[in-house]
Design a protein around this ligand. Structure first.
Ligand SMILES: Cc1ncc(COP(=O)(O)O)c(C=O)c1O
Length: 372
């Protein structure tokens, strides 16, 4: 099925290197010798979140019939591409201003030909995911819960079995300082597990985590010698910008597991929540827009979603070297909120390694946004 995603509006290559990054950088304190023995139950480590989605979609696909999946209109292509690769038909449900979904509208879209449904916890917040899961399950759909942004709560949720959900996925490197990693929970345990890469690839991965090739690249650029080495990633598949089928065959790096097992997730959650609250307070009077969720429940935030009045302020923030993110490449769905949020909803960093000075810098940059 041919789905055309909207083009990017701003290109990362056009901005200076960020000094405040969206995700935390690695430090040796991230690999203490204290192995926490996280209870991951029947979870599978995957190369990334999109590979976890693809494996789930593959395992849950009905053979010899058309599979149709309902996805949120507000999305990133990495969430949609695995379904397209597997030959699913995709359909989109609209989102509301707070990214929750109107239950009546959602229910009307759960037609007989829809076989699967994806419910996303945007930015680590639950919106009305629980209600949607109940509705989709009651309508006999196979439900995949996308917790790509909510590693900490994903791990906690593994303690309770939820018969309504067939699969749940999350991404590791959105929250932890790793260069890859996803986790997949499949209710029906899968028979084969993705294997590890070679030790040579593992060593290259560790070098990349330690920024060795990146530093060499800078050195070579200064001396204008040959092109830099990169960690080997499979070639992109024609027609897919983010999804690589080869990722299905490989688990995450071994050192990614190590970092996860050494991470104090409770402390990370506390710090992220504290940073989030500090930003919300500091941004309360800012003229540029409003925090989408000024009050949060018990979740561990991935980023702070902020609704700009003027989408062009995104560029100003990037020029101030803050790695603000924004989803721009949505498939057409007719959802007005998605169309508006494509330029106006930005994701401000609030990760657990940000210092008070970093947070103040973000607040000042936001307060200083000017009309262009
Ligand atoms: C909601 C959502 N699901 C899935 C993914 C894919 O995760 P990953 O980047 O780990 O492949 C992303 C990342 O872009 C995402 O934002």
């Amino acid at each position: 099925m041919d789905v055309k995603f909207a083009p990017v509006m701003a290109n990362a290559a056009d901005f200076p290197e960020a000094i405040i990054r969206a995700t935390p950088g690695f430090g040796f304190s991230d690999v203490g010798l204290l192995w926490q023995k996280l209870q991951l139950g029947q979870c599978t480590y995957t190369r990334n979140g999109r590979a976890a989605i693809a494996i789930a979609a593959q395992q849950l696909q009905y053979p010899n019939q058309t599979n149709t999946v309902l996805l949120p209109a507000y999305h990133c292509p990495a969430l949609v591409e695995p379904f397209l690769w597997l030959g699913y038909r995709v359909r989109f449900y609209p989102v509301q201003a707070d990214l929750s979904v109107d239950a009546a509208v959602f229910q009307r879209l759960l037609t007989a030909d829809v076989s699967h449904c994806v419910v996303v916890q945007f930015f680590g917040f639950k919106q009305n995911a629980n209600q949607l899961i109940t509705l989709a399950h009651a309508a006999g759909k196979r439900v995949l819960e996308d917790c790509a942004h909510g590693l900490v709560d994903f791990v906690a949720s593994l303690q309770q079995d939820d018969p309504r959900v067939s699969a749940r996925i999350c991404s590791i490197n959105k929250v932890l300082p790793t260069i890859d990693g996803g986790l997949l929970y499949l209710r029906q345990r899968q028979s084969t597990q993705p294997g590890h890469c070679s030790w040579l690839e593992e060593l290259k991965g560790i070098a990349f985590l330690l920024k060795i090739p990146q530093r060499l690249q800078r050195l070579r650029q200064r001396t204008k010698t040959r092109k830099p080495d990169r960690i080997s990633t499979p070639e992109p598949t024609p027609g897919f910008k983010y999804f690589r089928p080869a990722d299905l065959n490989s688990a995450s790096f071994r050192h990614t597991k190590w970092i996860l097992q050494c991470s104090d997730l409770a402390a990370i959650k506390t710090k992220r929540r504290a940073n989030y609250h500090y930003l919300v307070t500091g941004l309360a009077g800012v003229a540029a827009g409003t925090c989408l969720y000024p009050v949060i429940a018990d979740e561990a935030p991935y980023v702070l979603p902020f609704l700009l009045r003027d989408g062009s302020h995104f560029q100003q923030l990037r020029l101030k070297k803050i790695q603000v993110l924004r989803w721009e490449e949505m498939a057409p769905s007719g959802c007005d909120i998605t169309e508006q949020y494509r330029s106006r909803l930005i994701q401000l960093p609030c990760h657990h390694k940000l210092t008070r000075a970093d947070l103040d810098y973000i607040i000042q940059a936001m307060a200083g946004l000017t009309e262009l």
